[in-house]
Design a protein around this ligand. Structure first.
Ligand code: AMP
Ligand code: MG
Length: 493
């Protein structure tokens, strides 16, 4: 008899102001779109149970397993810079927490599970389009080695949701090491509930940052760690051309995981001012704005924690500013180290960052495909430019690349690694496959129009090994043809 998951729900033990108890609302005719057996195993969840009718019923919100204590979390947030005092889980419930095989506490969260106290007029549901997108994106990011929430299962509900037109409904089971956001802190801090800010901070420290118990001021330690993780996260996004698209404070995780895949996108051509989201016409959350926005969001977190940093307000402010001031260095350190690795240098020397940045500048001017440029660069020999065609052809004016490559090769002369070693190292950091926007769109279109999940499944499989050459799937490594190009992405909840 397959066993249902064992829950231990720390968030449900917090005071009632943190959430509303909320059962998921059953759906008509659930069916699996995708089940992530590898993740189930990691979570210590019985794969047979998950695949069974019982498992499906739980993933659809039609059954609540023993030990689960479903709730909708309260939070607020700054959306596009504007303070919104109450957001909260409007279309999702936290089913409960499980302890994974590494002893890490993980949330199981059903997104699209019906209306809650926080729905604010929304239907609490999701179309399968965003469910497919989030499943693909979270698993693709994880395989790239980027900190992210995960997708345990995607379900079609057998009910339609009214968007611009009726669309089939879906539910995603999202897994996170915390669903606490910067906006959760703001919800209490901005409503003068400083006791709750402390309770929340203590909860986060106990659950996600237990080492901080030894810190002289655990709350300062918390801020420091969140800044560090977020700076690293944004650097890792930018090294693969990821644009989150809606970096509101309610979508900024307290554990530095990528969360809330809505109108996200991946760069094809390296155009750093790109913003795909239809709700971001001014480019607030454009690719190259992400570090500044992350820092802004962290400043909002710092404000919430001020009373905990020091009894003296001026001293608290000084501490917060000192920590926030480190964001840039951390971000740049990670981003630059990543770039150095992407161009195949084993160590960072004077002039290397300029060398890497000048490649990016050239790519931006010449609209070279970001992923292909770096991936193909790994194939080039340090001592022979005969084979440069596949890279130089990505540039409108290939001479731009030739000039850069001369400097690059000169620098490679001083490296100890041979071509083969360098190629292996570069291929381990320069993916061949990313979730290109047009591929995500094709998977979504097939899902919505024909309930055909084959294109999605194929992407799931290919993107699970993004750093491997997969000759049979070479087409999925390519940028879109002009008629496949996706220039706008949607939340389309
Ligand atoms: P998001 O764009 O996913 O960050 O969502 C922002 C806020 O809107 C959150 O509080 C969501 O719970 C809420 N929300 C989004 N879509 C819906 C929906 N269909 N029904 C109710 N609330 C929603
Ligand atoms: Mg959100």
């Amino acid at each position: 008899m397959p066993a249902s998951p064992r829950f231990d729900n720390s968030y449900a033990r917090l005071p009632g102001v943190f959430y509303r108890r909320q059962l998921p609302i059953p759906v008509a005719a659930p069916a699996y779109i995708a089940v992530n057996q590898a993740l189930a195993e990691e979570l210590g969840i019985d794969g047979q149970w998950l695949a069974s009718d019982q498992g499906l019923a739980v993933m659809a919100g039609n059954a609540v397993p023993d030990g689960a204590e479903p709730l909708a979390m309260a939070y607020g947030g700054h959306q596009f810079g504007q303070w919104v005092p109450q957001l909260g889980d409007g279309r999702a419930v936290l089913l409960g927490e499980v302890i994974d095989r590494d002893g890490v506490r993980r949330d199981l969260h059903l997104k699209g599970a019906g209306q809650t106290h926080f729905s604010r007029g929304g239907d609490g549901r999701s179309s399968i389009g965003p469910v497919v997108r989030e499943y693909l994106a979270s698993e693709a990011m994880a395989a790239l080695g980027i900190s992210t929430t995960r997708a345990l299962a995607a379900v079609s509900t057998g009910q339609s949701v009214e968007r611009n037109q009726p669309e089939p409904g879906g539910i995603l089971c999202r897994v996170a090491t915390s669903h606490v956001r910067v906006g959760t802190f703001e919800y209490f801090a901005r409503n003068d509930r400083s006791d709750e800010v402390r309770v929340l901070a203590d909860h986060v420290i106990a659950r996600n940052y237990p080492d901080l118990h030894a810190h002289a001021n655990p709350y300062a330690g918390l801020l420091e760690q969140v800044i560090e993780r977020t700076a690293s996260l944004v650097a890792s996004w930018m090294l693969v051309g990821f644009i989150h698209g809606v970096m509101n404070t309610d979508n900024t995780s307290i554990v530095g995981e990528t969360i809330d895949f809505g109108p996200f996108g991946f760069l094809d051509e390296f155009a750093p001012d790109t913003a795909y989201s239809y709700i971001d016409r001014r480019g607030r959350y454009a690719y190259n704005q992400q570090p500044a926005i992350a820092q802004w969001n962290l400043a909002r977190l710092a404000e919430c924690l001020l009373p905990l940093l020091d009894e003296n307000a001026a001293a608290a402010l000084e501490k917060a500013n000192a920590l926030l001031g480190r964001f840039r260095d951390t971000f740049e350190g990670r981003f630059h180290a990543g770039l150095i690795a992407k161009i195949g240098l084993a160590e960072q020397r004077a002039g290397d960052i300029e060398l890497a940045m000048s490649l990016l500048d050239g790519m931006a001017q010449q609209r070279a495909d970001m992923t292909l440029t770096f991936r193909r660069l790994g194939e080039l020999a340090s001592n022979d430019y005969e084979g440069d065609g596949p890279v130089r052809d990505l540039f409108d004016q290939p001479e731009t690349f030739d000039t850069w490559a001369r400097n690059w090769r000169q620098r490679l002369q001083t490296e100890a690694r041979d071509n083969r070693q360098r190629r292996a190292a570069m291929h381990a950091v320069n993916p061949a496959f990313i979730l290109r926007n047009h591929l995500a769109q094709q998977a979504v279109d097939a899902a919505i129009e024909k309930l055909d999940f084959q294109p999605m499944q194929r992407l799931v499989q290919v993107l699970a090994s993004p750093y491997d050459d997969q000759p049979d799937n070479a087409g999925l490594a390519m940028p879109p043809a002009s008629d496949e190009r996706v220039t706008t992405t949607f939340c389309g909840t």
